[in-house]
Design a protein around this ligand. Structure first.
Ligand SMILES: C[S@@+](CC[C@H](N)C(=O)[O-])C[C@H]1O[C@@H](n2cnc3c(N)ncnc32)[C@H](O)[C@@H]1O
Length: 399
């Protein structure tokens, strides 16, 4: 692997960030729109200080162990990438040369299954398929300097290369996670309109909930909020039960991942029992929720029951409700949904020690609930714009 290299050629100047002192990488943790602050806070809690925040990502310099730690422990982030290069690319030639400048032959083996994933915003090179094709040609040409073959079989380990253009600047990254981080490996069954696990974790982090407070999701569907809260309460690393692409890369030292997996296993707080309650009107999704919680190893932490919201009784003071109620006609009749929102408002405004958080795309939520939210945060559930309506309650007295 080469050290930091500044390659100058007549088209542009390329700064290759790959292989600083063999094991220092520019690590980029990506996040969904609106969750950057959650990812940053998590990274700080993991002990990382010199963080650079950009729209949709937080970056820092770290080594192979840091890549293992982030993949295992980050709850609200989407992926962990290594930035390989950043350069100006206003033309296809510049894009080709920039990608060709990376030492692909030291990264991808002869049978490596590499794919190029492109995106482009506010750039002259606006055709994503054309950019992907140019980048792929550059990777192949560079690999051919080492492997004397015309066609690459791509039968081996996966390497997802991301080429993102923004305002004519190209950033080339390698995806260490592979499958996105929301795929924790515990979701056996999918309910209707399930939330991504990373989004659920971020919303919990934005709330007043902590593991000593009761959490209720009265429209819990497949139980994503509750399962994520259980993982947090028991200090279970969200990535502990899944694999990552980087652990199969031959140039990568997977020893630190093995050690970090063992450390994460030892850090599980097996004796702690959080108070987590989930209910839903649909008996089938309650069964799915139970299956998912069991697969995540937290079935004994969550009390699931089948009932409509109108039968929910708040079991104590100072609890926290986080829920993603139905919001479109596909999920029920609009009049039922609107009545449900009114029922939420009546129950929680009578109980001002409760903090309540609702994630919905229904624009009329506050009116139907009967109160303006203290805070509102715009997020995206997939491609659907949603808002998190926040009604924080009184703080519990100090013990
Ligand atoms: C958007 S989904 C929740 C998805 C959930 N966050 C997940 O991750 O799977 C809304 C849920 O509200 C439930 N629901 C609809 N009306 C209800 C009511 N009146 N009382 C309780 N649950 C209800 C639906 O059965 C559905 O599972």
């Amino acid at each position: 692997m080469s050290n930091v290299t500044i390659i100058s050629h007549n088209i542009t100047e390329i700064f290759i960030v790959w292989g600083i002192l063999m094991s220092n990488y520019n690590i980029v943790v990506t996040s969904a729109f609106g969750l950057e602050a959650c990812v940053k806070r998590e990274l700080k809690e993991l002990g990382y200080d010199s963080l650079r925040t950009e729209d949709g990502s937080i970056s820092f310099v770290g080594d192979e162990r840091d890549i293992a730690i982030c993949n295992l422990w980050i709850r609200s982030g989407s992926r962990v990438l290594i930035k390989l290069a950043e350069f100006e690319a206003g033309t296809f030639e510049e894009l080709f040369q920039g990608v060709y400048g990376i030492d692909w032959q030291n990264i991808i083996p002869k049978n490596g299954k590499f794919t190029i994933n492109g995106k482009s915003a506010r750039s002259q090179l606006s055709s994503v398929p054309a950019c992907q094709s140019v980048a792929e040609k550059a990777v192949i040409k560079k690999l051919q300097t080492r492997y004397n073959i015309d066609r690459f079989q791509k039968s081996g380990e996966r390497f997802i290369i991301r080429v993102a253009l923004n305002k004519d600047m190209a950033s080339v990254t390698l995806d260490t996670s592979g499958d996105p981080l929301y795929r924790r490996g515990y979701r056996r069954a999918i309910g209707e309109a399930p939330l991504k696990e990373t989004m659920a974790a971020g919303i919990i982090e934005l709330s007043y909930w902590n593991r000593d407070r009761l959490l209720l999701d009265p429209c819990c569907g497949s139980g994503t909020f509750l399962t994520e809260a259980a993982l947090m309460a028991k200090n279970i690393a969200p990535g502990l039960r899944r694999e990552f692409d980087f652990e199969k890369w031959s140039f990568f030292d997977s020893h630190s991942l093995k050690e970090e997996r063992e450390r994460a296993e030892a850090l599980i707080d097996r004796d702690f029992s959080p108070k987590l309650y989930g209910s839903d009107i649909d008996a089938k999704v309650i069964e799915l929720a139970k299956e998912n919680a069991a697969a995540a190893g937290v079935a004994d932490c969550i009390d699931f029951s089948c009932k409509p919201f109108s039968d929910v009784v708040l079991p104590c003071d100072y609890g926290v409700c986080i829920t993603n109620p139905p919001y479109g006609e596909r999920m029920g009749s609009l009049s039922d949904i609107e009545k449900l929102y009114g029922d939420f408002g009546r129950l929680f405004s009578r109980n001002d020690t409760w903090s309540a958080y609702f994630l919905t795309s229904h624009e009329g939520f506050e009116k139907l609930y009967g109160h303006k939210a203290v805070k509102k945060r715009k997020l995206f559930n997939g491609n659907v714009k949603v808002d998190l309506y926040q009604y924080p309650g009184r703080r519990p007295p100090k013990p």
